[in-house]
Design a protein around this ligand. Structure first.
Ligand code: XMP
Length: 326
């Protein structure tokens, strides 16, 4: 029967056998899969592993700190953080088309990772000990999906930050290939990873960049980060994290509506709440959140986030709506 301790012991043996004394690279996305995969590899080969975390400026509040401080403290991994916020913002300037945003974010991520990786490879080659392996947090459902050959339609170009160019000269290390998501979480918990990371709900690779309908700017990102943090805090306080699949919070930057607040008239942006229940994100239903919770979230967002004067609830299932708005 399944036991996370046994899986860890078995994977540690396998990783050691595959990697030997070689050096290993891993891109951390802030998500569960890459975090657990890297922790397993670190357990197996220690400082032969180096992790790279790209801050593209599209992260949620506190995510970078959770990786840089909490995760590093829990695991002891060697981490290189790349601050690419300016680069991503300027690449996204003036862009409003969702698919174009996704392509730009994917392209900039790969560029950034390749640049960093080239630096690290050069450094380790100079030591006469090149980096030969790359960790990927591939799960069993990903293996089935890509090997199944059923040719599913590409409705949105899915980009995983952590999904990497194919022509890299690395051998892949994929310690989660036989596992499902809940098993990965159990292993992460057993390895002592922070709960904020292990219990994290799905978050798209392109991050908040595809949760701003309209152009992505630094100011809008900051506003959305505040609203998103309020929603997450209230859902957690209400004990509802286990009942929802995820709750995208979307800023309609291209829409303004008239409101009244304090001394007078406002002309601000709406925030959309998109709480969904799902088994696998292929289909989803909108979650019937309690009205008093919705009221609290709405009050807090309109009072605390300047520039937002309306909160609306998305009551569309998937299909016909997708979970994300872009
Ligand atoms: P949609 O919007 O297609 O989303 O119903 C289904 C699930 O996938 C997530 N999602 C992404 N995840 N890269 C990712 O890693 C992406 O580009 C991406 N787009 C959507 C979404 O959050 C939901 O869980």
């Amino acid at each position: 029967d399944w036991n996370s301790g046994n899986v860890i012991a078995e994977q540690v043996e396998r990783i050691r056998a595959q990697v030997g004394g070689g050096k290993v690279l891993c891109a951390l996305s802030g998500g569960v899969d890459s975090a657990v995969a890297a922790a397993l590899v670190h357990e197996a080969v220690g400082d032969q592993l180096v992790c790279v975390f790209v801050d593209h400026g599209l992260l949620r509040q506190d995510e970078r700190r959770q990786v840089e401080e909490d995760y590093v403290t829990a695991t002891g991994v060697r981490l290189v953080t790349v601050d690419a916020r300016e680069q991503f913002l300027s690449a996204l300037a003036g862009v409003t088309d969702p698919e174009e945003k996704r392509k730009i974010i994917g392209r900039e991520f790969i560029r950034t990772f390749e640049r960093t990786q080239a630096g690290l490879v050069a450094e380790s080659a100079a030591d006469g000990d090149p980096i030969r392996f790359l960790v990927q947090g591939t799960l069993y459902p990903d293996v089935v999906e890509s090997g199944g050959g059923s040719g599913t339609a590409n409705i949105k170009s899915h980009h995983n930050v952590g999904g990497l160019p194919e022509d890299l000269q690395f051998e892949l290390v994929e310690p989660l290939r036989a596992l499902f998501k809940d098993e990965v979480r159990a292993i992460g918990a057993q390895l002592g990873l922070p709960a904020e990371i292990v219990q994290r709900q799905p978050f798209p690779g392109p991050g908040l960049g595809i949760r701003i309908v309209g152009e992505v700017t630094g100011e809008r990102l900051e506003l959305l980060r505040q609203a998103d943090a309020i929603v997450r805090a209230e859902l957690t306080a209400a004990g509802l994290d286990g009942q929802i699949w995820q709750c995208p919070v979307v800023l309609l930057a291209d829409v303004r509506s008239v409101g009244v607040q304090g001394d007078g008239r406002t002309y601000g942006h709406p925030i959309v709440l998109r709480p969904v229940s799902s088994e696998d994100a292929m289909t989803a239903d909108w979650t019937r959140l309690p009205y008093d919770l919705l009221a609290r979230i709405s009050n807090r967002i309109t009072n605390e986030v300047s520039g937002v004067n309306r909160v609306v609830l998305d009551v569309t299932s998937k299909p016909p709506g997708t979970i994300e708005w872009e």
